[in-house]
Write a protein that binds this ligand. Structure first.
Ligand SMILES: *[C@@H]1O[C@H](CO)[C@@H](O)[C@H](O)[C@H]1NC(C)=O
Ligand SMILES: *[C@@H]1O[C@H](CO)[C@@H](O)[C@H](O)[C@H]1NC(C)=O
Ligand SMILES: *[C@@H]1O[C@H](CO)[C@@H](O)[C@H](O)[C@H]1NC(C)=O
Ligand SMILES: *[C@@H]1O[C@H](CO)[C@@H](O)[C@H](O)[C@H]1NC(C)=O
Ligand SMILES: *[C@@H]1O[C@H](CO)[C@@H](O)[C@H](O)[C@H]1NC(C)=O
Ligand SMILES: *[C@@H]1O[C@H](CO)[C@@H](O)[C@H](O)[C@H]1NC(C)=O
Ligand SMILES: *[C@@H]1O[C@H](CO)[C@@H](O)[C@H](O)[C@H]1NC(C)=O
Ligand SMILES: *[C@@H]1O[C@H](CO)[C@@H](O)[C@H](O)[C@H]1NC(C)=O
Ligand SMILES: *[C@@H]1O[C@H](CO)[C@@H](O)[C@H](O)[C@H]1NC(C)=O
Length: 351
């Protein structure tokens, strides 16, 4: 009987929905470390000494087993060194939002332990240094490291993260020159790929056409060359396509872009695109912004554009377009900006 009770107690303790003492001690230790190394008013509410339960701190949440699963200090204007090893203290951390703070430290070291992490947001943290192998972060869905000052190689290991939905490295101008590998198309769950001003060279791989979950593709401000692959026309959910200011994208604008019926914003300005503006893109039912300025486009502006009910910005200046601006442009839509100046022989019929 006594043996039974002991066994029962053992089972009870094993399945009890609370983390062990050492986990609790580790978790609370990390808050002590954070408070000691970061300065900013926002942390004053974290009552470390009063032994208030940290699961109740602002910006913190725990799962129902008592493990910290979220740290959100986004826009808290904190500064200082973020303690390293976050996931060895908080082994079930799922969400880490540190964006818009002035942090430094070696916290990437601890990522080997972050196998539960689904969301990592560190934009506008002004971080320097090189990035590690991201492969161990197998659960990652959202990776936003935009607006930092990283150097070294772009972490191509992100191609291992098959659950990734958002990949944002916008404005990290310190990377070594790199190219988009063919295997980027393994990331078939990716909705948003934002790699503008990331020192990206070379061509856009045609395999990109397999990334059919994409709604937002932004590759502006890089050094991309060659033609725009017609396979982009397979991205049937795409709403925003930004390829401006690569200066060296050449060839014609693929007619296949006219298949992107969800597209609202298309900007391929400041490149070396030649040939005509495809009529197919002028018929896109949701297009609001069409910017193709500073290219070498020829021919006339397709009159199909007159029928758009959605277009508000049309910017085609600095090309070699000929003919007239379609007479009834903006007939059905409320045009805000129309700039077709600096073309070869265009005769404007509106202002
Ligand atoms: C607590 O943290 C220490 C140091 O990071 C680590 O060695 C130890 O394994 C952790 N304990 C638990 C239960 O995770
Ligand atoms: C947690 O915080 C809420 C509101 O801030 C408060 O009402 C509640 O009593 C706190 N719970 C504990 C256990 O401290
Ligand atoms: C963290 O990862 C390191 C390296 O893989 C490992 O040695 C350590 O035990 C891990 N710590 C925890 C708490 O899982
Ligand atoms: C990442 O992918 C590479 C290439 O397929 C592979 O060699 C490596 O083992 C992967 N890493 C992890 C942690 O899965
Ligand atoms: C993808 O290709 C790049 C460059 O060829 C390579 O370094 C990387 O390991 C590949 N990733 C996977 C997951 O195979
Ligand atoms: C797209 O994926 C299929 C198989 O999933 C593959 O056969 C094909 O080559 C891929 N297309 C491109 C352009 O990479
Ligand atoms: C895409 O557009 C091209 C040219 O405009 C057309 O030939 C092709 O059939 C279209 N593909 C699909 C899948 O709609
Ligand atoms: C067009 O781009 C070229 C460089 O690609 C630049 O020299 C020129 O000034 C630009 N023109 C305008 C009007 O922006
Ligand atoms: C605009 O729409 C009208 C009515 O649907 C159609 O008759 C006309 O041909 C269209 N214009 C162009 C240039 O496609």
């Amino acid at each position: 009987m006594a043996l039974y009770s002991i066994f029962f107690l053992f089972v009870l303790l094993t399945v009890l929905p609370h983390p062990s003492q050492s986990i609790t001690a580790n978790q609370s230790q990390f808050f002590v470390l954070m408070k000691a190394s970061l300065s900013g008013d926002a942390l004053s509410g974290w009552d470390i000494d009063g032994r208030k339960p940290y699961c109740n701190f602002s910006g913190i949440s725990c799962n129902n087993q008592g493990y910290v699963d979220k740290i959100d200090i986004s826009r808290w204007s904190l500064s200082g060194q973020f303690p390293s090893g976050v996931c060895s203290y908080m082994p079930q951390l799922r969400i880490l939002r540190l964006d818009h703070n002035h942090l430094y430290g070696n916290f990437f070291d601890s990522f080997v332990n972050c196998s539960f992490l689904e969301e990592l947001k560190m934009s506008f943290v002004y971080l320097k240094g090189t990035l590690p192998d991201f492969s161990p972060l197998k659960s990652l869905r959202i990776l936003d490291l935009s607006y930092n000052l990283f150097t070294g190689d772009f972490p191509i290991s992100v191609t291992n993260l098959s659950n990734l939905e958002v990949l944002n490295f916008n404005e990290n101008p310190g990377f070594n020159s790199w190219q988009l590998p063919e295997n980027i198309s393994r990331l078939t769950k990716l909705r948003s790929m934002i790699l503008a001003t990331c020192v990206l060279h070379g061509r856009i791989p045609p395999s990109i056409g397999n990334m059919t979950s994409l709604t937002d593709l932004e590759l502006s401000g890089n050094f991309l060359t060659s033609q725009i692959p017609p396979e982009i026309g397979l991205l049937k959910n795409l709403q925003q396509l930004e390829l401006y200011y690569n200066q060296h994208l050449s060839g014609t604008i693929p007619e296949e872009l006219g298949n992107l019926t969800e597209l609202t914003d298309l900007d391929m300005s400041v490149n070396r695109l030649t040939g005509k503006i495809p009529e197919s893109i002028c018929r896109l039912p949701k297009l609001r912004v069409l910017q193709l300025y500073n290219n070498s486009l020829t021919g006339e502006i397709p009159s199909a554009i007159e029928n758009s009910t959605t277009l508000t910005i049309l910017s085609l200046y600095d090309n070699f377009l000929t003919g007239e601006v379609p007479q009834n442009l903006g007939r059905f839509s409320s045009m805000v900006v129309l700039d077709v100046s600096e073309n070869k022989a265009i005769r404007s019929t509106s202002n």
